[in-house]
Design a protein around this ligand. Sequence first.
Ligand code: FES
Length: 316
Amino acid sequence: MSQTAITVKVSNIRKVAPTIREFTLTPVDGDFFPFSPGSHVVVEMPAEGKKIRNAYSLLSDPRYPQSYRIAVRLQPESRGGSIYMHEKVQLGDELIITPPSNLFAPDWRAKKHLFFAGGVGITPFMSYIPEMLRQNADFELYYMYRSTQTGAYVNELKEMLSNRLHAYDSAVSNRADIAKIMAECPQGTHIYICGPESLIETILKIGEKTGWPKSHIHYEAFAAPKPGKPFVAELKKSGKTVYVSEDQSLLEALEANDVEIPNLCRGGVCGQCMSTVIDGEVEHRDNFLSAEEKASNCCIMPCVSRSKTGRLNLDI
Ligand code: FES
């Protein structure tokens, strides 16, 4: 990672749901950077001989950055990052992380804030809530999970929020009527979503149908890049040829070959890593480019997108 990388020690590990492990990280030297609600850090994991880098939201109270907390859901079908965090990382181990970045900050001008969390998507809201309470903000949390797998922090949230928490456990067939919740919001409400793609899409579709201003709906997808077919990237500016294996993102392969490009979310939403395509067909997997931009094949988001045809020529 860059020179700003921070070495941290794992000072606590606890299971907070059947498939979710929480890690407390403390700095090896000096102090942590302060952060704002909704921030994330990128954790570097030397999984199976390669470096996987995944972004995780900070769970801690932003006013007390003496330690950072993150929670990782075990995703057995993923590229190995979550398996590494669940099976290899032990108390006292050192990890490398980036300083916090924020792509999901609350809009404090909102009259009311509605949070929709799905499963491990509760994490960014854990840093929102202490600040919302201090600022006496009007907010409610709609938390959807399956208690046989997820549902971290439910008891803690019940104590903290009482009737501001609406918990829906699909393991007991308890589901939220999202359209009704949105219809009953006062004007000036902002919605924040973190969870699986299906939850984000459902809320965006309801918003579109019922005329919600786009600027009032904020979302963060927490999924790490998915594996795909291996391919080769020819880089015009650096003159390098980079092999991207099936369980590696193009961004990770570039970094492994000492080609650094800007990046923040590493999940296809922020647009920082956008790169120009000279030749080759892109399998677009991001949520940043418009349908027209994707169809024109002019650019690629290397943190998540891949090649359809086995080879890409890029202006990097
Ligand atoms: S790093 Fe954010 S879109 Fe690639």
